[in-house]
Ligand binder design. Structure first.
Ligand SMILES: NC(=O)c1ccc[n+]([C@@H]2O[C@H](COP(=O)([O-])OP(=O)(O)OC[C@H]3O[C@@H](n4cnc5c(N)ncnc54)[C@H](OP(=O)(O)O)[C@@H]3O)[C@@H](O)[C@H]2O)c1
Length: 297
């Protein structure tokens, strides 16, 4: 992506947790058009269903030309996807093909956000980009299909960025839910047998811009440094918030059955992204502290 021309980037899912932060993290010298299904701050092209090829083409014709796309829109209701697989497939799978064909037509890079749920979680070391996939859920399978469709439609222009365990200033997420529950209850049980890396959108969003500007086609893994269980994550939120009125108890996934199966281990090896940027995303606890406005570093 040449640095000399005026950059005008389409950011999808601009009303969502990640897309909203991507807009706020836009580097100097670039402009962006945010799009989503609904109206929200930062969304200047609302109501566009990107899964509709005609609507997608119209957006590119009317609001473009774009010099790149950061695609954060997705069907993200992981449990609901088990019974709404057709909608999940349309949004997470087919929509990526539509968008990638449009990007291929215009010759512009596409950064596609994907997930650790493409893995089966039976690994014993951090997953590399070329490790075999094996999604356990409809959500994971449809996201993997989106990767495939985009890479097939635009092989030299698609950059897939797999991330995990997101939280940030906008939207609903685990950190916010835990804080609310911890203030309401005397005891809280949290799953202690799934391992990943809590990742702040404040850390991830700038990395997506770097992948757009500097990256190559293929897959990148992007998560905060280190690893944790959901119990560790909850404990850190409570400690950093100084809440001492709740007793936190570890429990197993089996004690909290959910419709969609989650990988037990989905730590991501992010060295390809670290090499690209010359730095890794912050350690997860430091990033959490920054997000919560604390001073621990
Ligand atoms: N959250 C996580 O922990 C996590 C972990 C790993 C990967 N990811 C990936 O990160 C990306 C961003 O996730 P997020 O947590 O920011 O999700 P989010 O808050 O749910 O935002 C996604 C946005 O996409 C919109 N959208 C859905 N269908 C659309 C369509 N057909 N056309 C246009 N927009 C559509 C949604 O609108 P509605 O809300 O109106 O449907 C929503 O505003 C996704 O690709 C997700 O799979 C997330």
């Amino acid at each position: 992506m040449p640095d000399t021309q005026q950059q005008r980037v389409l950011v999808t899912g601009a009303a969502g947790m990640l897309g909203s932060q991507v807009l706020l993290s836009m580097p100097d010298g670039m402009t962006a058009v945010g799009t989503d299904l609904c109206e929200a701050p930062g969304v200047d092209a609302p109501g566009v269903d990107l899964g509709d090829p005609a609507a997608c083409a119209k957006l590119f014709a009317e609001r473009g030309p774009f010099t790149g796309v950061i695609h954060c829109a997705a069907y993200t209701a992981v449990d609901k996807a088990e019974e709404e697989s057709a909608v999940a497939q349309r949004v997470n799978g087919d929509l990526c093909g539509v968008l990638a064909r449009q990007c291929a037509r215009d010759g512009v890079p596409l950064v596609l956000v994907s997930t650790d749920f493409v893995f089966d979680g039976r690994g014993a070391r951090p997953y590399r980009e070329d490790d075999p996939t094996g999604p356990l859920s409809v959500y994971g399978a449809t996201k993997l299909d989106g990767e495939r469709q985009a890479r097939e439609a635009w092989p030299t222009g698609t950059r897939v960025v797999r991330t995990q365990w997101l939280y940030g200033p906008r939207g609903r997420h685990f950190a916010g839910t835990i804080e609310t529950l911890a203030r309401e209850r005397e005891e809280l049980k949290v799953v202690d047998d799934q391992r990943g890396a809590p990742t702040s959108t404040l850390e991830l969003a700038p990395a997506l811009w770097d992948v757009l500007r500097l990256g190559e086609a293929g897959v990148y893994h992007a998560a905060c440094e280190g690893d944790a269980t959901w119990f560790d994550f909850a404990k850190a939120v409570i400690e950093l918030r100084g809440i001492d009125t709740v007793r936190l108890e570890p429990c197993s996934t089996a004690e909290f059955p959910r419709p969609a199966r989650r990988p037990a281990y989905s730590v991501l090896d992010c060295s390809r992204l670290t090499a690209l940027r010359g730095k890794s995303l912050a350690p997860w606890r430091e990033a959490l502290s920054t997000y919560l406005g604390g001073e621990e570093h």
